[in-house]
Design a protein around this ligand. Structure first.
Ligand code: PLP
Length: 255
């Protein structure tokens, strides 16, 4: 594992911040989680843009340059998981660790912990509610929670965005209902997905359901609220195209 604080690589056991940092005391800060592909942080520009957008909305000062590449290089290439943390105490932390095995399918459950009524979600350090949502899913025998918005429509996973396939239509809830506009979601929308409100009944009746996140990519939901589902061809096609595009970017990257 490689850790850098404010651009300086430090041994993990010496990687400490002040207990007076508002990031620690109040969860007042932002983070991004992404992965590298053969040593290349292909999607970092998109994650950095989201971080800076959220920081501007929250009036959270962020360093002019966030140095992720030295820590990634120090980790020695390969497929790594990268976490970037920015606190209101002014610290910028980068943690790089081996990616480990990724799930190829996921079971999901709709949980009773709706999003607060708000316009947009931010990837705030105060993440406990997402973890509680996930715990509710685990208690229901699933891996991932599906949360609803304040009006009772499908919103997002506890750490992912949700898509349904109806025929050839690839649909995801519209941003603006409080969900986190995921980077992977954005890429899937670029592959022909579109935004539409989705009811729980539509979710359950969909031909295919999949979730997206930067670390896991596009993952078929093969069990929803205890009912088994067959991973479908549209999900497989999108997962393949998404991964193919990123691997091509990694190959041609000059980062
Ligand atoms: N929604 C929430 C609440 C998340 O925490 C995440 C990622 O962790 C996502 C959606 C997916 O976003 P991304 O594709 O940027 O990883």
């Amino acid at each position: 594992m490689i850790v850098s604080i404010d651009g300086r690589i430090v041994p993990p056991e010496q990687a400490t911040i002040s207990i007076f940092d508002r990031g620690f005391q109040h969860g007042d800060g932002l983070f991004e989680t992404l992965r590298t592909w053969a040593g290349v942080a292909v999607t970092w520009p998109e994650h950095e843009a989201r971080l800076r957008r959220s920081a501007a909305t929250l009036r959270l000062p962020v360093a002019a340059a966030i140095e992720v590449h030295p820590a990634i290089e120090a980790a020695g290439g390969g497929d790594q998981r990268v976490k970037v943390i920015v606190t209101r105490g002014g610290r910028t932390i980068v943690i790089v660790e081996p990616l480990g095995p990724l799930p190829t399918e996921v079971s999901a459950a709709v949980v009773d912990l709706p999003l607060a009524r708000r316009r947009e979600g931010h990837k705030m350090l105060a993440y406990a509610e997402n973890l509680i949502a996930r715990d509710l899913a685990i208690a229901a025998g699933a891996d991932e929670a599906i949360r609803l918005d304040a009006d009772g429509f499908v919103a997002e996973g506890s750490s992912s965005n949700v898509f349904v396939v109806e025929g050839e239509d690839v649909l995801t809830p519209p941003a603006g209902n409080g969900l986190l506009p995921g980077i992977t979601r954005g890429r899937v929308l670029g592959l022909g997905g579109r935004e539409r409100r989705i009811s729980v009944a539509e979710l359950r009746a969909a031909d295919e359901v999949f979730v997206t996140s930067a670390v896991r990519g596009v993952v078929a939901v093969t069990r929803l609220d205890g009912v088994a589902r067959v991973p479908g061809p549209v999900t497989a096609r999108i997962a393949g195209t998404y991964e193919g595009q990123i691997r091509e970017q990694a190959r041609s990257s000059v980062v």
